[in-house]
Design a binder for this molecule. Structure first.
Ligand SMILES: Nc1nc2c(c(=O)[nH]1)N[C@H]1C(S)=C(S)[C@@H](COP(=O)(O)O)O[C@H]1N2
Ligand SMILES: [Mo]
Length: 320
């Protein structure tokens, strides 16, 4: 990932306000309570364009108290190379992604392989909201309220065989819907993977929404993985396949450059990327923009209590 970050990110609205505002608006719209007072701009068309609401219960145990990054940054500053390599490309280009019909194939070393329709997958377990710290390998971070359920709930249903040691996630790669596929930056389809215990960790979220609404296309609709203690690229978007394997899966970024992008890619301020330090990060949407004080990156992105035991005895400089 060769990144030149030219963005200065101002903030003119507090995250909480956006959060509350959207919720109230959507609730009111759903209940039809605008009545005669419905503003002229809030037409039927505008209502139709309102993203579909997801009802999710906040899981406070797994949620950070840090203030959430405003919705507009979460949905306009993205990495989704299938739609281009600039941060603004996914929001501009992902409109062509068709999220229905959508199926996801669960295959490989499981007793019950299955092809699931996205709407069945959505209902498989109860939806939770988890406000997670997200850290990109490029040095920026966001706080995102994701909606989904633990991937372990799905894994339990398909009953992995004893020989299954890893889980591979494969994203959609359709040249017709994804303009970025025609440039060979990485080996398509985008592929990522986790060790079985990582995939089963309750923090690993099978994600369908953010801010209480279905995922915007640029954020990986209709379903993606979110692994908050690892660099952002481990969290594969718009997935169509989950495969259980005995061998460590080959991942797209590791194949691109194994020296720069390891399989584990746990957030670790002590292990520098070959071309830059990982000790600090810049919070997207900070009102001070470029002048915001750098935040110290935490071991495992602050999730050490929940995940460090999985790596006990491992040399994390070697297994980066
Ligand atoms: N399929 C796919 N998944 C992907 C990527 C991608 O390019 N393609 N980029 C990754 C990277 S580098 C990051 S930082 C996160 C960004 O997720 P967000 O845009 O929802 O914040 O998605 C990850 N998942
Ligand atoms: Mo990233």
């Amino acid at each position: 990932m060769v990144f030149i970050d030219k963005t200065i990110v101002p903030s003119d609205i507090t995250p909480k306000a956006v959060f509350e505002n959207r919720r109230t608006l959507i609730k009111a719209a759903a209940a039809g309570s605008f009545g005669a007072a419905l503003a002229p701009w809030f037409s039927r068309e505008a209502l139709a364009a309102t993203p579909e609401k997801l009802s999710a219960t906040l899981n406070s145990t797994y949620s950070t108290k840090d203030e959430a990054t405003p919705y507009k940054y979460v949905t306009s500053y993205n990495n989704f190379y299938e739609f281009g390599t600039d941060k603004s490309d996914p929001a501009a280009n992902a409109g062509s992604l068709q999220t229905r019909p959508w199926t996801i194939s669960i295959e490989g070393l499981v007793k019950k392989p299955v092809i699931l329709d996205i709407d069945a997958l959505l209902k498989l377990a109860s939806m939770e909201e988890r406000i997670y710290r997200m850290r990109c390998v490029e040095g920026w971070s966001m706080i995102i309220p994701w909606d989904g359920y633990s991937l372990s709930k799905l894994i339990d249903k398909v009953e992995p065989l004893g020989s299954a040691k890893y889980v591979e996630f494969i994203s959609l790669a359709d040249r017709k819907q994804m303009p970025g596929i025609s440039s060979n930056i990485i080996n398509w389809p985008y592929r990522e993977g986790l060790r079985m215990d990582e995939a089963m960790n309750p923090l690993t979220l099978l994600t369908f929404g953010l801010y209480g609404e279905v995922l915007p296309k640029q954020n990986g609709a209709p379903v993606r993985i979110v692994v908050p203690w690892k660099y952002g690229f481990k969290s594969a978007k718009s997935i169509v396949k989950i495969r259980f394997t005995e061998e460590m899966p080959k991942t797209s970024w590791n194949q691109f450059d194994a020296r720069e992008y390891g399989f584990y890619s746990n957030v670790n301020p002590q292990v520098d990327h070959p071309r830059w330090s990982q000790a600090t990060e810049r919070r997207i949407g900070d009102p001070k923009g470029m002048f915001a004080p750098k935040i110290k990156t935490q071991m495992f992105n602050g999730y050490a209590d929940q995940v460090a035991s999985m790596y006990a005895g491992m040399d994390l400089k070697k297994y980066y």
